[in-house]
Design a protein around this ligand. Structure first.
Ligand code: ATP
Ligand code: MG
Length: 314
């Protein structure tokens, strides 16, 4: 009988610890990561250094820094960060994806084994580590990643006593302007100091909204935070676009949410709507963006369409 047999297990997406709820005498408790149960070590990407990056054979245009933001949890921020970044890379753009969430979902969703990462965005923000030293290049075609590990969980607290605490990310990603067409920032589900750093660093915001009950819940608070940062720290900050995610054409609820969100935000809502598909939720377990995992499926088609819209918006 296996060590865990006959005992109750519990897990959640953000809590990757396998928890044993009924205590058993004298048995060594095994704690292991079950976030991606199907993954095997061979699906992990090679962790190269920025110096080993494949040369870019063209002149990169003006860099656009876009924060993918919504303090509401589970609305599709990381799914959008990973798949939009990969789709832009497929379309020939140079993209840097910055994982700013201690959960590190964008990093693991792209096959980065976080336990093999020495330094992450935490070291950039709090230990003056140059961003080049943490960039993992060529994760996919045209796509480099600044990973996040659990170390970042301490950043919210540690930032409080730091000088110029809101500008840390801006200073770091600013050094990468001119090297990428797009820098995407995957934000955590909160309005804490990490998110404020993203608001200060970004040129524009991409707000994913899930086609579900209470879709617009918290949006006013997000817009207030944006306005506060805009008036004091980042005057050109604006909304780049609002993205409807997890749309299910079979439900009237999804259609109602589309109408409600379009009524609220108007033309800044992207024409592309991301459908709810199992493939999109499976792909991170294999460390692949949807453009690799299921390139012909409707999830990949939607994110490629979104990438084209993003390029058109300029
Ligand atoms: N279009 C989709 N179809 C099906 N499942 C999806 C879709 N988009 C996201 N998901 C799933 O929904 C869950 C939440 O998505 P995701 O992690 O991208 O949200 P998030 O906003 O980044 O969450 P958090 O706030 O915790 O960072 C994940 O399990 C993801 O696989
Ligand atoms: Mg996320």
């Amino acid at each position: 009988m296996g060590l865990l047999d006959g005992r109750k297990r519990s897990s959640s997406k953000s809590n990757s610890v396998e928890e044993i709820t009924d205590p058993i005498e004298d048995v060594e408790v095994v704690i292991r990561d079950i976030t991606h149960p199907q993954e095997d070590i061979s699906s992990h990407r090679e962790i190269k250094s920025y110096k080993e990056k494949n040369p870019v054979k063209r002149v990169v245009g003006q860099t656009k820094i876009i924060a993918i933001i919504n303090q509401k949890g589970g609305v599709g921020k990381s799914t959008t960060a990973v798949n939009l970044a990969a789709a832009l890379g497929e379309l020939g753009k140079q993209v840097l994806l910055v994982d700013l969430d201690p959960q590190g979902n964008s990093s693991s969703g792209l096959g980065i084994e976080k336990s093999l990462v020495d330094r992450c965005i935490y070291d950039v923000i709090l230990a003056d580590c140059p961003i080049e030293d943490v960039i993992i290049p060529d994760i996919c075609h045209g796509l480099d990643v600044v990973p996040a590990t659990i170390n970042l969980a301490g950043a919210e607290v540690e930032l409080v006593s730091e000088m110029a605490r809101e500008n840390r990310l801006k200073d770091a990603v600013g050094t990468m302007r001119g090297k990428y067409d797009f820098i995407l920032i995957d934000c955590p589900p909160s309005l804490g100091l990490l998110t404020v750093n993203a608001l200060v660093a970004a040129d524009k915001l991409l707000i994913p909204i899930q086609c579900e009950f209470y879709a617009l819940e918290g949006v006013t608070k997000l817009l207030e935070s944006m306005k506060r940062v805009k008036s004091r720290l980042n005057p050109t900050l604006d909304i780049y676009g609002v993205l409807l995610t997890m749309y299910d054409s079979r439900t009237t609820l999804s259609n109602q949410v589309v109408d409600e969100v379009k009524g609220y935000f108007g033309r800044i809502v992207f024409n592309t709507v991301i459908p709810r598909t199992v493939k999109l939720s499976e792909a991170p377990s294999f460390g692949q963006p949807i453009t690799e995992y299921d390139p012909r499926g409707k999830g990949a088609i939607a994110y490629m369409e979104l990438a084209k819209e993003v390029i058109e918006r300029g």
